[in-house]
Each structure stands twice: as structure tokens, then as C-alpha cells.
Design a protein. Structure first.
Length: 415
């Protein structure tokens, strides 16, 4: 399998519109929709756009905007974790269904993450490899590895602290340590005495894209924001509190603008675009500001659902509701879209992929078309997966586990 680049449920809508499920938060799903769209578009342009176009000023701005994809995904992961945890706090203090489901999900993320980095989908080939680069590629920490490990750590922290106030305090401390230790951690040399898989989580010297420091800071901030939004007696997300996040977001952007170069010099030599605490705050502010705007849209949508026109289910209201339901499915199935678009773009043993066929050779128009094809195909698979997942099919889980087992057997025998 070619090397991958930096990465980077709801029933299907029916003719009879259904009310908004109380367990879902519209703004969070829409934030994921924005993130996954930005991800697919950014990967398509990065892989396929012809070399002459990459020197244009607009492409540099595009690269800057695409750099918000990972912060948005990590932030939304922490936000979703926090919302689910604070709403059912006591269920996550014991080894019950909720906790088992979580760790099973994190295990799936790790499984998929390492599988995508397995060269040629062959464990024997990797084992026989004398290339250090091949092992660096396999152990490289990408988005899925990062999310799985950090969320598992947070769940353990919930079980150990057992009190919301202590948990939130420690999350804030760990978040600050992650962000402010980034410049120092990335300056540390590679330590050959550590296991390679462990070194991959510490910094970028083994080729990792998203080591724990400082990227976990976005997840920690997401958890803290979730606590602010879920502060009522029943810990239900309050879009009104989310809308107020726009004020500190603007204040943070003003602060980082005036600090500028002086803030950079505080942390010694470092990669400003990856590890600077100042730029971290800038990206958090933008993502937080976007969330606040989506909360405002959520409030407007809720008011529209209570209006007399919507109570009569006008054609316009039904169309808007079906559109919202579709966006929610996309927001909930971002993992499926992530996997499918990578396989189509970079290939797998049975398919060479867009990148092999047209890598860095397409015009702007052709790259846009490729992005639309990738997005449409990934979303179609996501909708199909969502229908199977929510259709109460007794064979679905068995088929899913059987498929995973077949992939493992293939990886063991292939090569």
C-alpha cells in the first residue's frame, strides 16, 4: 500500500420527518461536516494539483486553511467525549456497557490506523523488511492513533478521579502541559533505546504526523468547552452557552495578533506552524469561533422547529429537515469518509488510486472534479454504512467482525 499523507448514527431520512433526536447536538455534527469536507478537499488538492499551481499565492493560503482540519477533528473528538461523559457521568465510572463500548471503539481506531500504514497489507513483508523507513511508516502516529490513545487516557482519568471538578482541573493541567511543552519536546533527539512504537507518540523524529505533544491540546480544550456547554443540572448541551464562545474567541485572536513575534521568541527555536503555543491559541480561537456560529445556527433551527409554519410541515420545512438529517449522517460517519477517501486517493492492493494515476499533474478544474468525485463516493458509502448500522440487522455486527478477521488473516498470509 502506498504511503499515506498527513491526515490527516442516525436512521436514514424517510418520507415522514422525525423530530430532532435529543441525544444529538446539531452544532457538533455540523462542525464535523465542515472538517471532513475540508479534509477531503485538502487531500485531493495536495495530492493531485499540478506543480506550477503550487507556487501560486492562493495555494499557500489554501495550505494554511487546510491546516485547520486536524485541530477541528481533535477538538470535536474532545467535545464529543466531554458531552457524552458529562451527560452520563456515573455510567463511565464503572466497568459497564458504556466503558466497554468506548474501549472497543478506541481499539477499532488503532486497528484501522495501523492497518492503513501496513505496507502492501502484508505483515510478513514488514517483518522481513530490513528498511528502517518501513518500520517508521508502520509505527507513524496519525490522526486515528492519536484520537484513540488520548481518549482512552481521558476515560481512565474519569474512572480514577470520579469527580467532575477534579477531572476538569486535571484536563486543564494536562492540556497546558501538552501545549507549552511542544517546542521543547520536538527539540529532543530520537532515543533509540525506547521502543519505536513509543517514540512515535513523543515527537516527529520517527515520521509521526500527530504525536501526543502538542496535538492532544486540541482534544483537552474540546473537553473543557464541553464542560462549559454542558453545565446545566442534566448536562444537556446548551447552544446558548456555545454561542457566547464567540467573545473569548475574538479576544484570543486579538491577543495573538498583538503578541506576534514576541510570543514566538518566548519558547526558543521551534516550528511555529506545528508547536507554537501562540499559533495553537490562534487555531483554537478560529475553531471555537466556528463552533459558536454553528451554535447560533442551531438556536435558529430550534426556533424554526417551534414556529407555526414548521408545525404544519410545509414543503420548505420538510426539505430543510431532510437536509439537516443528511448533514448529521455525514457528521456521524466521518470515520467511514476518512477511510474511503484515503483508499480511493492513495490506493490499496486491488486499486492503484487517484494519486498513482494523476499525482501532482492535474489542473485546478480537474482537481476540483476529483475532489467532488471523492466526496460523493465517500458520502455514498457513509450513507450505506449508516443504513446498515442503524437498520437493526442482526447479522451486521457479525459481518463487521468477520470482515476484520478476514483482513487480519489476509495480512498474515499475504507476502
Amino acid at each position: 500500500m502506498p504511503s499515506l499523507p498527513p491526515t490527516s448514527s442516525l436512521p436514514a431520512a424517510t418520507d415522514t420527518p422525525t423530530p430532532r433526536p435529543p441525544s444529538r447536538w446539531l452544532a457538533l455534527d455540523f462542525l464535523r461536516v465542515v472538517a471532513v469536507t475540508l479534509m477531503v478537499e485538502g487531500h485531493a488538492f495536495t495530492a493531485l494539483l499540478g506543480m506550477p499551481l503550487r507556487t501560486a499565492a492562493w495555494f499557500q493560503r489554501h495550505t494554511y486553511v487546510h491546516g485547520f482540519t486536524a485541530p477541528m477533528f481533535f477538538f470535536s473528538s474532545g467535545l464529543a467525549f466531554g458531552v457524552a461523559t458529562f451527560r452520563k457521568w456515573h455510567a463511565h465510572l464503572v466497568w459497564g456497557t458504556a466503558v466497554k463500548t468506548r474501549f472497543a471503539r478506541y481499539a477499532w481506531l488503532l486497528f484501522i490506523g495501523y492497518l492503513l500504514h501496513l505496507p502492501g497489507l502484508s505483515l510478513p513483508r514488514l517483518w522481513r523488511s530490513h528498511s528502517e523507513a518501513a518500520w517508521f511508516e508502520f509505527t507513524r502516529v496519525d490522526a486515528l492513533h492519536h484520537i484513540a490513545v488520548v481518549l482512552a487516557f481521558l476515560q481512565l482519568l474519569v474512572a480514577l478521579t470520579r469527580k467532575k471538578a477534579i477531572f476538569v482541573t486535571l484536563v486543564a493541567i494536562f492540556g497546558a502541559l501538552s501545549v507549552f511543552s511542544g517546542p521543547w519536546a520536538w527539540r529532543q533527539p530520537f532515543n533509540p533505546d525506547l521502543p519505536l512504537w513509543l517514540s512515535a507518540y513523543l515527537n516527529v523524529h520517527t515520521g509521526s504526523i500527530f504525536p501526543i505533544v502538542p496535538w492532544s491540546g486540541f482534544i483537552f480544550v474540546g473537553v473543557l468547552i464541553a464542560r462549559w456547554i454542558c453545565h446545566g443540572p442534566d448536562s444537556t448541551p446548551d447552544a446558548r452557552r456555545g454561542a457566547w464562545l464567540l467573545l473569548p474567541a475574538v479576544a484570543a485572536l486579538v491577543f495573538t495578533h498583538f503578541v506576534g513575534q514576541r510570543g514566538y521568541e518566548l519558547f526558543g527555536p521551534h516550528d511555529f506552524w506545528k508547536t507554537s503555543p501562540i499559533f495553537f491559541l490562534t487555531r483554537v480561537a478560529y475553531v471555537q469561533g466556528l463552533l459558536s456560529l454553528l451554535c447560533l445556527a442551531d438556536l435558529r433551527s430550534a426556533r424554526a422547529e417551534r414556529s407555526p409554519a414548521e408545525q404544519g410541515r410545509s414543503p420548505k420545512g420538510r426539505l430543510a429537515e431532510r437536509f439537516a438529517l443528511g448533514l448529521r449522517v455525514i457528521g456521524q460517519q466521518t470515520l467511514v469518509i476518512y477511510i474511503v477517501h484515503l483508499l480511493l486517493l492513495y490506493g490499496f492492493p486491488a486499486f492503484s488510486g487517484f494519486n498513482v494515476r494523476w499525482g501532482r499533474s492535474l489542473s485546478l478544474g480537474a482537481s476540483i472534479l476529483a475532489f467532488l468525485v471523492l466526496m460523493a463516493a465517500s458520502v455514498a458509502v457513509a450513507f450505506g454504512w449508516n443504513r446498515l448500522k442503524t437498520g437493526n440487522y442482526p447479522w451486521f455486527d457479525k459481518a463487521r467482525y468477520a470482515t476484520a478477521a478476514a483482513i487480519v488473516v489476509f495480512a498474515l498470509l499475504n507476502g
